[in-house]
Design a protein around this ligand. Structure first.
Ligand SMILES: [Zn+2]
Length: 210
């Protein structure tokens, strides 16, 4: 497969949240179809050709090794900013990073991507069911995910998939209300949306509604 030429999509993809989301989802369809444009172009030469970065989206996802974000959206160097934490949990560093990308780099879209069978959400479910809160900083992850688990119903047999969806939505709501993001979101210059990654098919589905 030949290396793509020209600059990364960056702002060429359009400066609106809608155009950025369409670009991401188009990349995911290329990935799902087994015909990525950038999938095999992970060379130092491609990295060098990216020049100045002009990313068009920031994707916040989980650390899960099965969900490499640039790959599942078929994105090349310079196209998207990626932040990954366990269960896409927010902290000040994550929020500050997103504020930087939106405010300083002019990125119009933030996608929060959860995934099925998320171990971080499973850890929160286990902690709430057993009453055993983990130690260390793992407690922060569990504490941040716990409200979604409680919303879903800790004793519900389907709590895990339900909590995954609720946790994505809660993360989206938190980011939309962020001090430096709320204004651009209200003005329509920036959007924050949630999605779910299907480990079996590779497909990303948007979570519609509140
Ligand atoms: Zn996960």
């Amino acid at each position: 497969m030949g290396a793509p030429t020209g600059p990364p999509p960056g702002r060429l993809a359009g400066g609106t949240p809608r155009a950025a989301l369409a670009e991401l989802l188009t990349g995911n369809r290329r990935f799902v179809s087994g015909q990525p444009v950038h999938g095999h172009d992970v060379t130092a030469a491609a990295a060098a050709a990216s020049g100045d970065q002009q990313p068009y989206a920031v994707v916040l996802g989980c650390i899960d090794s099965r969900v490499p974000l640039e790959a599942i959206f078929d994105q090349t160097f310079g196209a998207i900013c990626v932040i990954r934490t366990g269960g896409h949990v927010l902290d000040r560093a994550v929020c500050g990073s997103i504020e930087y990308v939106v405010g300083q780099l002019g990125v119009p879209l933030v996608l929060v991507l959860g995934h099925e069978r998320c171990g971080a959400v499973g850890a929160a479910v286990d902690a709430l069911r057993t009453g055993e809160r983990p130690g260390g900083s793992l407690a922060h992850l569990v504490d941040e995910i716990a409200p979604a688990v409680l919303d879903a119903g800790v004793d519900d047999p389907a709590v895990h998939p339900l909590a995954i969806r609720r946790h994505v939505r809660r993360t989206v709501h938190t980011l939309r209300a962020d001090d430096l993001l709320a204004g651009p979101v209200a003005a329509g210059r920036v959007d924050v949306v949630g999605g779910l990654y299907d480990l079996a098919t590779g497909e990303v589905a948007l979570l519609e509604g509140p």
